[in-house]
Design a protein around this ligand. Structure first.
Ligand code: PHE
Length: 372
């Protein structure tokens, strides 16, 4: 700090007003610069800027003293004030740049990511085993040239029963444990389809209605419903319906397709046998058994010691069914079968209880997901 100019007045050393002001400004500047260096962050620095350079700041209050000076001295001190102001502003700007860099570095440090840490793996979902089974089965038939079709789950009596040669009062209707919707009386009763066979009717009807004619080879996967619930029955389950209509289709074709499909699905050569049975919509009808995949026919708990397990219902499409959709049964014949998807999946993967499919225990679902 420059020594203030002193002079003697009445025997006492007195500091001139102008020197006193200059001194004040120098002290202020030194104090200010020191405080800028200590500012912890940009907000603190902004507070200091206001404290020194603001309207009510320290520099302004020093300026007020200028009024007391002799007019000739004012420009001198004015210059000094401006120089102080400029010095403070410059120091503030420099400190601001430094702090900004420092804050950015701190932020980068705080947000640092260790890219070498192993990622958190998200659990991958798997298709439900029943859906996997449906996909596998449908794909095998698609490879054999069958077209995929679907029908509604809410059906009418015509497609679910009448057209399939199950007239009113036929005992087979009672055997189907049907869920009916409350009917308004006028329309045909609506129901939840009890099997996928109505898709036979719908696809054949659609073919004829659009001016087409057989050959028709169709696979129809889907949900079916029966009012039945115990260890081996669920009120909703899945079927895959397969049928072919053409000239000269015979039981041998049916057996050939079944043999190929079942071996492809179980991924090994399985033996099959057709047992005479009764279905209203097929004649002749047969239930199909496969040689037990667990004991290779020796006899076990699954096949109840017989060496055979029943897997599906089949037969040659009844002439009445072809007639109901306007296909001439003198020219055309066909085979059809319908299989229970859950049952086949259980046999393939050794699943002991049907209810596992519907409990959605993730441990079961995950294990099944790993299987395919
Ligand atoms: N629709 C029969 C059922 O659900 C299965 C079947 C389909 C039988 C086609 C013969 C022919 O039981």
């Amino acid at each position: 700090m420059a020594l203030p100019f002193l002079f003697v007045l009445n025997g006492v050393w007195v500091m001139s007003e102008i020197d006193a002001l200059k001194g004040e400004l120098e002290v202020l500047q030194e104090k200010a610069l020191a405080s800028f260096l200590k500012a912890a962050d940009l907000t603190a620095l902004q507070t200091l800027r206001v404290a020194y350079l603001g309207k009510k700041g320290e520099l302004t209050s020093v300026l007020k003293g200028v009024g007391k000076l002799a007019p000739a001295d004012r420009p001198v001190i004015g210059q000094f004030v401006n120089a102080t102001k400029a010095a403070l502003a410059e120091a503030l700007d420099a400190a601001e740049v430094l702090l900004a860099v420092k804050e950015k570095q701190q932020r980068i440090e705080a947000e640092r990511l260790d890219v070498t840490l192993p990622g958190r793996s998200a659990t991958r979902g798997v298709l439900h085993p029943v859906q996997q089974g449906l996909n596998e089965m449908t794909a095998i038939f698609a490879q054999m040239g069958f077209a995929i079709a679907e029908g509604p789950e809410i059906e009418d009596e015509f497609h679910n029963f009448d057209a399939l040669n199950i007239p009113q009062e036929h005992p087979a209707r009672a055997m189907h444990d049907t869920f009916f919707f409350e009917s308004s009386g006028e329309q045909q009763a609506k129901l939840l389809r009890t099997h996928t066979s109505p898709v036979q009717i719908r696809t054949m009807q659609a073919c004829i209605a659009s001016g087409g004619k057989p050959p028709l080879a169709v696979v129809a996967p889907g949900r079916v419903y029966r009012c039945d619930y115990d260890v081996t029955h669920s009120p909703m389950f899945h079927q895959v319906e397969v049928f072919k209509v053409d000239k000269d289709v015979s039981l041998a074709h049916l057996k050939g397709v079944l043999q190929h499909f079942l071996s492809a699905y179980f991924e090994k050569e399985v033996s099959i046998r057709l047992r005479p049975h009764y279905f209203p919509f097929t004649e002749p009808s047969a239930e199909v058994d496969i040689g037990c995949v667990f004991c290779a026919g020796k006899g076990c708990r699954i096949c109840k010691g017989s060496g055979w397990v029943e897997v599906l219902g089949s037969g040659m499409i009844h002439p009445n069914v072809l007639k109901s959709v306007g296909i001439d049964s003198e020219i055309y014949s066909g085979f059809a079968f319908g299989l229970g998807v859950e049952r086949l999946v259980m046999l393939k993967h050794g699943i002991p209880d049907l209810r596992l499919f519907f409990e959605n225990d993730v441990r079961f679902l995950r294990r099944m997901g790993a299987n395919t």
